[in-house]
Design a protein around this ligand. Structure first.
Ligand SMILES: NC(=O)c1ccc[n+]([C@@H]2O[C@H](COP(=O)([O-])OP(=O)(O)OC[C@H]3O[C@@H](n4cnc5c(N)ncnc54)[C@H](O)[C@@H]3O)[C@@H](O)[C@H]2O)c1
Length: 314
């Protein structure tokens, strides 16, 4: 069904949105994928297919674009991320929740047929298990971002159960990409470190060297979105959000992996306010439900991710 639908990416200029837009355009055709953002688009994004300037907190703007392009599938990627959200709690809550409600209500009103909305490992908190955190467990997030993602998950499940909305979601770990810069999260260091190494500059990490966090290479994340969205509806048994796992490493482990490519590279660690956010999150994720329900499997391990990042950025 997705092959013949029009797809709408909200937040298409962001770290994930930009890569998702180009991947979906390759898969479904450039004119079938409408990009949108509140930010001015890059020339690359603008030249590769249709673009709409849209504020995700404005229901009427969303509805007008959906009607104009006959859109059926929406990917809501606009949000305020963990580190930035701690600086602007109410703004983050407003953006993250109102955009989700708009999209869910557009589906409820029959304007769209399917929604992808990303959740995050930030739904877990200090009282959740640290290692291999299961799909269903204690969830008491202590960050604004995590609270908004957990609330969002419950609303997705509610709209599915009560209104039959086909909403699908993944709890992304920290994502690592060469195409796009990260947008204010606690795992941003794992992208920044590559840029410094390639530029032959020293790197100052804002987390301690032993902070282990779940991570994933962007190609795997995009494959996950496509597989989840193209799966038969009966396969999707979880309508809050699926645990998704690939890698788990510390700054020290990543640094040592980079030394293979850049033997003179130097890293120092000066933890800031983001350390407390990282400390509240799990180290690794149990993603058996995603594997069993719709066949999820990551492809990139630490070594292949580092090789690919270095090759692309060089
Ligand atoms: N990147 C990660 O590592 C990661 C991990 C877990 C979950 N996620 C989730 O994935 C989604 C996308 O993350 P990302 O890393 O691409 O974020 P990002 O910050 O890089 O991109 C977000 C985009 O949304 C746009 N935006 C902000 N406010 C808007 C508004 N009012 N209207 C329209 N567009 C607006 C921004 O201009 C930006 O281009 C978010 O929901 C995020 O919580 C990301």
């Amino acid at each position: 069904m997705l092959q013949h639908s029009k797809h709408f990416i909200i937040g298409a200029s962001g770290q994930i949105g930009s890569v998702l837009t180009s991947s979906l355009r390759q898969r479904y055709g450039a004119s079938a994928v409408i990009a949108s953002d509140i930010k001015k688009p890059s020339s690359e994004l603008l030249s590769s297919g249709p673009f709409e300037h849209i504020d995700a907190t404005n229901y009427d703007e969303l509805l007008a674009a959906i009607k104009k392009h006959n859109i059926e599938v929406v990917y809501l990627m606009a949000a305020m991320l963990s580190a930035t959200a701690e600086q602007h709690p109410e703004k983050a809550w407003h953006l993250n929740m109102s955009s989700l409600f708009h999209v869910l209500n557009l589906a409820k009103a029959g304007h769209i047929k399917q929604i992808f909305w990303p959740s995050s490992i930030a739904v877990f908190g200090p009282s959740s298990p640290k290692v291999n955190v299961p799909q269903h467990t204690i969830m008491e997030p202590t960050t604004v971002y995590g609270i908004s993602k957990l609330a969002g998950e419950r609303w997705c499940d509610y709209y599915h159960k009560n209104y039959g909305i086909d909403v699908r979601s993944l709890r992304f770990p920290g994502l690592i990409s060469w195409q796009s810069a990260p947008g204010g999260g606690t795992t941003d260091y794992a992208v920044d470190i590559f840029h410094k190494a390639v530029a032959k500059q020293p790197f100052e990490c804002f987390l301690s060297e032993d902070s282990a966090l779940p991570m994933m290479y962007m190609d795997d994340a995009i494959r996950g979105v496509v597989a989840l969205m193209e799966a038969d509806a009966e396969q999707i048994k979880i309508r809050s959000s699926y645990n998704l796992a690939a890698l788990s490493f510390t700054p020290k482990i990543l640094y040592h992996a980079l030394l293979r490519h850049f033997p003179n590279f130097k890293m120092t660690c000066v933890p800031d306010f983001r350390q407390a956010i990282a400390d509240s999150w799990p180290e690794s994720i149990d993603d058996r439900c995603a594997k069993n329900d719709w066949g999820w499997q990551h492809q990139f391990d630490l070594e292949s991710m580092v090789d690919e990042m270095c090759l692309r950025l060089k």
